[in-house]
Ligand binder design. Structure first.
Ligand code: AHG
Ligand code: MN
Ligand code: MN
Ligand code: MN
Length: 332
């Protein structure tokens, strides 16, 4: 592919021939987030040299042990985004409270982010990422921070793997931009990512089998039964324990990702967080032709009650998500 087929992010976002015309303030915000992801990628890459490996010594509001890089990524993301003129607030996994950057006004933006997803993988040098979601304020009322995911105007993630790739949707399709470390540019390398409706691959932490509801157990049992089971085919399983890596795999070659609520996490609502993990990944899945569900309802229609709210997540190839919804309905 020649360079002319790989436009840089700015050119792509402002291309007048695209179906959607983006607010210049949103374009600038997305580019600033790309800058933050590039900076975080460098911290991840040079962590061992900078004494930034291992635990930070504290616990975040989620009750999780923070890695040094969780804290560094959060600080870096917030620092780089804090000068964006129309950004009213940042909502982070690593911050107890919402960070208000200005008195909100109609048309301002809100950014929700998981600065370092899959951070348990940091010390073993496996892929991690940053997840983000952007909403626009209709009235400028602080209560608007608890918006359902259908109001997202942009969602994306950066994966820090063998290469750094920024995957984005602004509401019409999903595109991936690889970071060229020589220039620092993000360029379109993965145009129109789509999730095929049919798949034979699933991603779930099977060590939680004893906690699962019957619907999830039956589904996984049937996949594991292979060619002689009710699904009449072999299924493959992968679990990275990094949502970004597991979802990225599904965008590249199909599959279904599950982190359901179960008997062990139901009192909290599930494991994954609605505003900065489930919602952005749900919008990306839907925009790529897939589905995203709690098992019973569409994730994007969930109205949040609090900014760290957790939720059951099932997303990816539409046939499998629909099947899982049927099993959940049957279970009642
Ligand atoms: P984070 O590192 O941002 O706290 O997120 C971790 C999440 C997600 O990335 C992953 O899918 C899941 O937790 C892994 O959970 P298990 O450790 O139960 O496999
Ligand atoms: Mn965490
Ligand atoms: Mn996460
Ligand atoms: Mn995280």
């Amino acid at each position: 592919m020649s360079d002319t087929h790989m436009p840089p992010l700015h050119e792509f976002l402002t291309d007048p021939s695209r179906a959607e015309r983006l607010d210049p303030a949103l374009v600038s915000l997305v580019e600033t987030i790309a800058d933050a992801c590039r900076a975080i990628a460098n911290h991840v890459r040079y962590a061992a040299f900078e004494g930034q490996s291992g635990a930070a010594g504290g616990t975040n509001v989620q009750g999780e042990e923070q890695k040094k890089l969780d804290v560094i990524a959060d600080d870096e993301f917030a620092r780089i985004c804090s000068d964006v003129p129309r950004l009213a607030a940042l909502v982070s996994e690593e911050r107890d409270e919402i960070t208000w950057l200005k008195e909100p006004e109609e048309g301002d933006y809100l950014v929700y982010y998981d600065p370092l997803d899959g951070s348990s993988n940091i010390d073993v040098d496996l892929s991690v990422g940053t997840i983000f979601s952007i909403c626009q304020m209709a009235e400028g009322d602080r209560a608007e921070v608890l918006k359902s995911g259908i109001h997202q105007v942009c969602a994306g993630y950066a994966i820090y793997g063998p290469s750094t790739i920024l995957v984005l949707t602004t509401g019409t399709g999903v595109n991936g931009f690889s970071c060229d470390d020589r220039s620092g540019d993000f360029r379109l390398t993965h145009a129109d990512l789509t999730i095929p409706p049919t798949t034979s691959e699933f991603a779930i932490n099977v060590s939680r089998y004893r906690h699962w509801d019957d619907a999830v157990r039956v589904y996984v049992d049937e996949c594991l039964a292979g060619e002689t089971g009710p699904r009449n085919r072999a299924f493959n399983m992968r679990w990275t324990a990094s949502m970004v890596a597991d979802v990225h795999r599904i965008l590249i070659r199909g599959g279904v990702f599950l982190y359901p609520s179960d008997a062990d996490n139901r009192d909290k609502g599930g494991k994954l967080r609605l505003l900065y993990e489930a919602n952005p990944m749900a919008l990306i899945a839907e925009q790529a032709g897939g589905k995203a569900s709690t098992g019973l309802t569409r994730i994007l229609e969930e109205v949040p009650q609090s900014h760290h709210q957790r939720i059951s997540v099932i997303l990816g190839s539409s046939e499998e998500v629909t099947r899982l919804e049927e099993y959940h309905q049957r279970q009642g």
